[in-house]
Design a protein around this ligand. Structure first.
Ligand code: SER
Length: 313
């Protein structure tokens, strides 16, 4: 039987689906969801839930002790676009929450940690195409700086204190169950909603802005596969590159037009364009493939099919 798991930030775009998948695999009662706010009915009704502030060490410790938590998935964070507006709040949330969880592990109160990093750790000086696992990383966004620092701390806690922390650099994530919030890659979700509602979409990124993206099912599977892998297979303790597809807005539009021929897209780039321009356009994830067997399943057309079919319901 799997020992109890705590998800912090369970009501967000990734947290919702991660919680439901973990409950499916390990049993509802073994997966404790927590967030600063309540989530949707499916999540709230299917298992234990705690209101929890990720920056409050004592509160997390209480929940960990109460449920005898063994593993923590820390999904709470302020994303790239919002973080540019509230730099200090983003830094405090993104870093303090990570230290809280790493320190619980260091003290032996939990035995395994998942913490997500992002393609935002890369910057304008990083090789843009097929970005290697190890390369120049000079992030130019508040969010990217927090993720890059977080990676350094994860590796440090592993080497110095033996903390079993695991991480992937998520690309932009596309899903239909819960909306993303405050990210630069959010257009790739909004576009499907607007295509069905209005038949047209005004994109906040420009034509030709190619970014690494992934369908949520692949991201969830990668996360759980990494967490279930034997510790000795995890050679990278900062964070693994992870990839499945890369596309620009006009390519999503074309993919949507295969289902909705009259769909149109227009472009009105805002401040998020500069963030997107600083990130890679494609990612080399050979280390994840080699070390723990990562393999993506969803390409753009399959993603479009899943998004439109499920959103229509
Ligand atoms: N999808 C995130 C964002 O756009 C990147 O990790 O902020």
């Amino acid at each position: 039987m799997h020992r109890p798991i705590l998800i912090i930030g369970a009501c967000g775009q990734i947290g919702t689906e991660l919680t439901m998948e973990l409950r499916e695999r390990y049993g509802n009662e073994r997966v404790v969801a927590s967030d600063i706010r309540e989530g949707g009915d499916t999540l709230m009704d299917s298992g234990p839930f705690e209101l929890l502030d990720a920056t409050n060490y004592a509160a997390i410790e209480d929940v960990v002790m109460h449920y005898e938590i063994d593993e923590v998935y820390l999904m709470a964070a302020m994303l790239s676009a919002t973080a540019e507006k509230f730099p200090m709040r983003a830094w405090n949330l993104n870093m303090n929450s990570l230290f809280n969880v790493l320190n619980l592990a260091k003290e032996g109160k939990i035995s395994k940690v998942f913490w997500p990093s992002s393609i935002a750790v890369f910057g304008p000086n990083t090789p843009k195409e097929d970005t290697p696992q190890s390369t120049i990383m000079e992030p130019s966004t508040v969010y990217g700086i927090s993720k890059q620092s977080g990676e350094r701390w994860c590796e440090y806690y592993f080497k110095k204190y033996g903390v079993d922390v695991r991480s992937v650099r998520y690309p932009g994530l596309i899903s239909w169950k819960t909306m993303p919030g405050g990210g630069t890659t959010d257009y790739a979700v909004e576009i499907y909603h607007e295509a069905l509602k209005k038949g047209t979409y005004e994109c906040f990124l420009d034509k030709g802005t190619q970014l690494p993206m992934m369908y949520m099912d692949d991201a969830i599977r990668a996360t759980i596969d990494l967490m279930e892998s034997p510790s000795e297979k995890i050679k990278v303790r900062s964070s693994y590159n992870l990839a499945s597809m890369s596309f620009a807005p006009e390519e999503v539009a074309e993919s949507i037009q295969k289902h909705i021929p009259d769909f149109t897209i227009s472009y009105a780039p805002d401040f998020r364009q500069q963030i997107a321009d600083s990130w890679p356009s494609s990612i080399n994830d050979s280390a994840a493939k080699k070390d723990w067997g990562w393999m993506p399943r969803f390409d753009l057309d399959l993603t479009t099919h899943e998004m439109l079919t499920n959103l229509k319901k």
